[in-house]
Design a protein around this ligand. Structure first.
Ligand code: PLP
Length: 390
């Protein structure tokens, strides 16, 4: 039996602990090399050099050129700049965007806002396994379509979308393609040229870097307008004094993630498969949400019939294990997850959904403890409850 004083973190899709090597890289940039990268004196030059190096490191981690990386405050801002920036090129003209129904709110809410100010949005559906159909995207293209925004990997069910195929369609139709790769970087290979995307969003805190920093990759020649205004930082696309310690940490985390990718993803995949097997071997009436193979190696989104995800989360938390519910019904919003809704999950299962997202430091011992605790938890909850209502 695991020492329950030790807490086990299996919610890495929410955020990750900052790698100690990343903290070490950041520290000098708070009080020692604290210059503003726009200043001309030696303090400024030091910061500017760090910024250039960081840009090259982040670019290298996704196969881009340094000049194509714009530092932002994270995934949300990167998604906003990509979508609003394309639309702003032709202000006053009604334009059309294609996206998917399972995007993160950073994309969906931005598209909803665009709709509110008069643009048209097509939300393509996904299959019961959570994958978009490339033909649906092709059929949705119109003369006024300017952008396709489809996420690389889904944050709830981990499905990986056919971005390379979508890129061919986008190119043939002269439409920009943006992908939100916030969940995929550090888990599966991400190369902007292999994917064929024009824009790609990354967030540092999902890959063992600090929070509040990220990047938007913008392919050379892509026409975008800024959505906030100020000095000419970040090629004029993201004005504001750069967060040098955060950017240095993000760059270090990106380099480490690239170096460790093969080992980390196979280790997480082994643990993830073991969780799924143990759960299916010991618990009845359970489903794995998302695609069997086209999924992130660290994601297991499971639904247990007649159990509430929120109750599971709480009992697991008491047992020292942090996971998240698959259905937002149990947390801040009373609505079921739009992703689980979109894959048409049976209502008996929807509210008993949990997301287990592994990280590079999880172990098989932790997985065994999780599987045993899950079995006990589901059995206990099923004894005390009739079909779950949420
Ligand atoms: N996109 C996806 C797919 C995410 O999972 C998240 C965060 O959970 C974001 C965007 C937002 O990123 P950030 O927290 O850096 O703003």
């Amino acid at each position: 039996m695991m020492d329950i004083m030790k807490r086990i973190y299996m919610d890495h899709s929410a955020t990750t602990p900052v790698d100690p090597l990343v903290v070490d890289a950041m520290l000098p940039y708070f009080s020692e090399r604290f210059g503003n990268s726009s200043s001309l004196h030696s303090f400024g030059q030091e910061a500017d050099e760090a910024l250039s190096l960081a840009r090259a490191q982040v670019a290298d981690s996704i196969g881009a050129q340094a000049e194509e990386v714009i530092f932002t405050s994270g995934g949300t801002e990167s998604d906003n700049i990509a979508i609003q920036g394309v639309i702003s090129r032709d202000s006053g003209k009604k334009q059309h965007i294609i996206t998917s129904v399972i995007e993160h709110p950073a994309v969906l809410s931005t598209c909803d806002f665009m709709k509110g100010i008069g643009h048209d949005i097509t939300y393509v559906p996904v299959s019961s396994e959570g994958i978009v159909n490339v033909d649906d995207i092709e059929k949705a293209i119109r003369d006024d379509t300017v952008l396709i925004s489809v996420m690389h990997a889904n944050n709830e069910i981990g499905t990986i979308q056919p971005i390379e195929e979508i890129a061919k369609i986008a190119k043939d139709n002269d439409v920009y393609l943006h992908t939100d790769a916030v969940q995929s970087v550090g888990k599966i290979p991400v190369d902007v040229n292999k994917l064929g995307v024009d824009m790609l969003s990354i967030s540092s805190h999902k890959l063992h870097g600090p929070k509040g920093v990220g990047a938007l990759y913008v392919r050379e020649g892509t026409l975008l307008k800024p959505v906030t205004f100020g000095g000419g930082h970040e090629s004029g696309l993201r004005p504001g004094t750069e967060n040098i310690p955060g950017i240095v940490g993000f760059a270090k985390a990106s380099s480490i993630a690239k170096e460790r990718l093969a080992i980390d993803s196979s280790q997480m995949g082994r643990l993830r498969d073991s969780i799924i097997k143990k759960v299916f071997d010991t618990i009845d009436d359970v489903r794995l949400n998302g695609h069997a193979t086209k999924r992130l190696p660290n994601n297991a989104n499971l639904s247990f019939r007649y159990v509430e995800g929120e109750s599971m989360l709480m009992l697991l938390d008491i047992a020292g294990i942090a996971i998240s519910t698959g259905s937002a019904c149990s947390s801040r919003s009373r609505h079921a997850s739009h992703v689980l809704d979109s894959i048409g999950l049976d209502p008996d299962y929807v509210h008993g959904s949990i997301r287990i997202s592994l990280g590079r430091d999880n172990t098989m011992e932790e997985v065994d403890y999780l599987a045993g605790t899950l079995r006990e938890t589901v059995s206990k909850l099923r004894q005390i409850s009739s079909p779950a209502k949420c």
